[in-house]
Design a protein around this ligand. Structure first.
Ligand code: SF4
Length: 123
């Protein structure tokens, strides 16, 4: 089976959204990027704003899958549909959307681990 690169983006809704108040966002991203089998991990303040869309259009590329930790998967699919399409990606296969709102660190890390295992990674 072809192994895709998996990039990890954590979208934090400006960083002031109460949905992330329980989560130490810096511990979360640093554990994922250094300890989990992803190519990289970083925080974006608002992927669904206009600059976020421009960023995705510049950044997304074929051959990669993208875990986006942030809001509800159904929401993410609506918000990122155009950017994935423009990049020639299939939002239903190339986006792995994770809802990590209202979680503490351990719970959010478990959500990421489960998604990585489902994508065939050992973690
Ligand atoms: S994509 Fe979702 S998590 Fe990111 S800023 Fe928009 S609503 Fe918030």
């Amino acid at each position: 089976m072809e192994e895709h690169r998996i990039g990890f983006i954590f979208c934090v809704c400006t960083g002031k959204c109460p949905g992330f108040a329980q989560l130490d966002i810096w511990d979360f991203i640093n554990i994922v990027r250094t300890e989990y089998p992803v190519e990289y991990g970083f925080i974006h303040p608002m992927l669904c704003d206009e600059d976020g869309e421009r960023f995705l259009e510049e950044f997304l590329r074929q051959g990669s899958k993208y875990i986006v930790a942030g809001c509800a998967p159904v929401m993410q699919k609506k918000l990122f549909r155009d950017a994935f399409k423009k990049a020639g990606l299939d939002i239903n296969k190339d986006l792995i959307p994770l809802d990590v709102r209202n979680m503490k660190l351990k719970e959010a890390l478990n959500v990421v681990k489960t998604a990585l295992r489902e994508a065939g990674r050992d973690v």
